[in-house]
Design a protein around this ligand. Structure first.
Ligand code: KIV
Length: 276
């Protein structure tokens, strides 16, 4: 299979083929995701939570993002890698946004960037696209604006918020974004946005009518000990399996049953005798 490009993603919407996207933040996980045939890997700023232990996405820096994007790219052959522009890397000026978007592509094989927001960032999206860098939009619950939104809650529930979200989505398409993530949006509104746009929508907590789906990999693999949001399906509970393996390792080392002979290296008796 050949490398997934923006053309592939657009074509998938045209043909009604669902687009799959997952986050990954390191080489080994990216390799697994890529080998599973997932179309897009998002190096999300959610790595602030999953990898760095912060309680929001706000603290993660461009340098930290670049470090993880490079690792993910080394583990990816086919999937399209999308790098998330972190909080305050694109809001201050178009010039800074361009420089930061460019850093992702220059230092790795990432082929697109993601930004949060609608009309207010449309001109920034246009400038990045004009520089030849594909852009993924992100509407609905935009975690970088958690303080303005008053918490992590479903967005676009009343008429004016729903109309604004629809207008923002059209604005992003018009500015040149090639797809848009819809996070925590009522299913009927996500369906309307999906039908209204020529570009694909990728939903997370936005129901089944989006053109694709994305999940945070730590949530779907049950790597997080905390309660997951309602929209997450836990496909496996890796936290439990890993915790059980670590406990067993401690017990075996304590009981001297690990390492067993099959984990050890031997040497000739003759050499050994000389040492004694
Ligand atoms: O950072 C992230 O993981 C994201 C997804 C939730 C879409 O933006």
């Amino acid at each position: 299979m050949s490398k997934i490009t923006t053309a592939t993603i657009r074509q998938m919407k045209t043909e009604g083929r669902p687009i799959t996207m997952l986050t990954a933040y390191d080489y080994s996980m990216a390799k697994l995701v890529d080998e599973a045939g997932i179309d897009m890997i998002l190096v999300g700023d959610s790595l602030a939570n999953t990898m760095l232990g912060y309680d929001s996405t706000l603290p993660v820096t461009m340098d930290e993002m670049v470090h993880h994007v490079k690792a993910v790219c080394r583990g990816t052959e086919q999937a399209m890698v999308v790098a998330d522009l972190p909080f305050m890397s694109y809001q201050v000026s178009k010039k800074e946004a361009l420089r930061n978007a460019g850093r992702f592509l220059k230092g790795s094989t990432a082929s697109a960037v993601k930004l949060e927001g609608g009309r207010e960032i449309a001109e920034t999206v246009r400038a990045i696209v004009n520089a030849g860098i594909p852009v993924v939009g992100h509407l609905g619950l935009t975690p970088q604006s958690v303080h303005q939104l008053g918490g992590y809650k479903v967005q676009g529930k009343d008429e004016s918020a729903a109309k604004k979200l629809l207008a923002d989505a059209r604005c992003l398409e018009e500015a040149g974004a090639f797809c848009v993530v819809l996070e925590c949006v009522p299913t009927p509104l996500a369906k309307l946005v999906t039908e209204s746009l020529g570009i694909p929508t990728i939903g997370i907590g936005a129901g089944p009518h989006c053109d694709g789906q994305v999940l945070v990999i730590h949530d779907m693999l049950g790597l997080y000990p905390r309660q997951s949001p309602k929209f997450v399906k836990k496909y496996v509970n890796l936290h439990e399996s890993i915790a059980a393996s670590l406990k067993q390792y401690k017990e075996e080392v304590t009981a001297r049953t690990f390492p067993a002979p099959e984990h050890c290296f031997n040497m000739s008796e003759e050499v050994l005798k000389k040492l004694y």
